[in-house]
Design a protein around this ligand. Structure first.
Ligand SMILES: Cc1cc2nc3c(=O)[nH]c(=O)nc-3n(C[C@H](O)[C@H](O)[C@H](O)COP(=O)(O)O)c2cc1C
Length: 347
């Protein structure tokens, strides 16, 4: 069976409601992964290894969190040629997320707006799925597990949810991402502010040290931040990451800014804007983080990578690795290979 160019499938998928297209695609990947039909989207992985935060990545291009919230397509998505796959955000309990419709395309800007609100099946189901993945990991792929809080948990108890998830995912993760930057869970982003962040990260760091002892392995923990932060806020976050010995940072999540899409259909929908319009804002945060954290601190750059040149620009802004979400929706699996090639032989 031959590889099917995305140019052939995209018109069909874009004819569907965005969430329907998503569900159909993930459902098909879940069913067909690790079978001969995987050839339909499989690509030879670009081999350009890089070591970041002590982990050996087969190449520098990863799938960003949120596409596979339940971790059920790690092998199938990995077959697109990614060096790493981040799944989640998972919450302790399953939850339905916000009412539909909650995902919108802005095609003229190669953008999406979503307000899914961490719809997922919960930690137990997530862990079962993650443990079933085998081929991607066997081939050296790196798997990141992204954790969050339930909508019903009051923000003052957020740390409890993150701890439950940390303990659950620890034995199964190559790295863990603490997501405090989704705009779709009420008050979540308040966790990025000074004292709240310090309290959350010190609790997670202390538990992580115990888990390292208990499991006899050190799993790096990253924090994922928003693009809507000024220089002072980024500086405070950087200092708090250092203080709590956090292993790396993922920049950035979606934006609540709408200045770049004003007047377009769906531009006023509530939620997080992703894709090309978040590219510059995310690069600015990456550059500020690099300046604040020094040359050796692990930074994963994400936001608006739609081409190999964009991936290179993320590295030039200061990232060590890049992730893609919206670019995959607009450009298809071919973007993974294009970006990985563009980053081969870079820092
Ligand atoms: C539909 C959708 C759902 C997302 N869900 C999550 C999520 O659950 N957790 C998370 O950390 N980021 C989530 N994100 C953010 C992406 O991982 C990424 O940080 C952001 O979209 C910017 O990258 P992009 O422009 O390549 O999409 C989501 C993004 C989209 C478009």
């Amino acid at each position: 069976m031959p590889f099917v160019p995305y140019a052939l499938t995209r018109p069909f998928l874009f004819g569907l409601d965005p969430e329907q297209a998503h569900d159909l695609t993930l459902g098909s990947i879940a069913k067909l992964q690790n079978t001969p039909a995987q050839c339909l989207w499989q690509q030879t992985r670009v081999c350009a290894p890089a070591t970041v935060a002590g982990l050996k990545f087969p190449n520098r291009v990863g799938l960003a969190a949120g596409l596979d919230k339940n971790g059920r397509c790690i092998d199938g998505l990995g077959a697109m040629g990614f060096g790493f796959i981040e799944v989640g955000t998972v919450t302790p309990l399953g939850q339905p997320g916000n009412p539909k419709p909650r995902m919108f395309r802005l095609p003229s800007k190669e953008a999406l707006i979503n307000r899914l609100g961490f719809n997922n099946e919960g930690l137990d189901s997530f862990l079962r799925n993650v443990q079933q993945a085998h081929s991607f990991r066997r081939a050296g792929g790196v798997v990141g597990l992204n954790i969050g809080k339930n909508a019903a948990t009051p923000i003052e108890r957020a740390v409890d949810d993150y701890l439950i998830c940390l303990v659950g995912v620890y034995p199964h993760a190559d790295y863990i991402t603490v997501n405090i930057s989704s705009p779709n869970t009420k008050n979540l982003r308040a966790l990025q502010s000074d004292e709240a962040l310090d309290a959350l990260l010190s609790a997670l760091s202390a538990r992580k040290a115990e888990l390292a002892q208990q499991h006899g392995k050190a799993v790096p923990m990253f924090v994922k931040i928003a693009p809507d932060l000024d220089e002072v806020q980024v500086g405070v976050i950087a200092a708090t990451l250092r203080k709590n010995q956090i292993d790396g940072v993922i920049a950035t999540n979606t934006t609540i800014e709408r200045s770049t899409v004003q007047g377009l259909q769906h531009a006023d929908e509530a939620g997080g804007l992703s894709g090309a319009p978040v590219f510059e804002a995310s690069n600015r945060v990456i550059a500020k983080l690099r300046a604040a954290l020094g040359a050796d601190y692990p930074i994963i750059g994400v936001g608006g990578v739609m081409s190999g040149a964009d991936a290179r620009a993320k590295i030039e802004a200061g990232a060590n690795l890049v992730q893609i979400y919206t670019g995959l929706i607009y450009k298809g699996p071919e973007l993974v290979t294009e970006a990985a090639r563009a980053l081969a032989n870079r820092r």
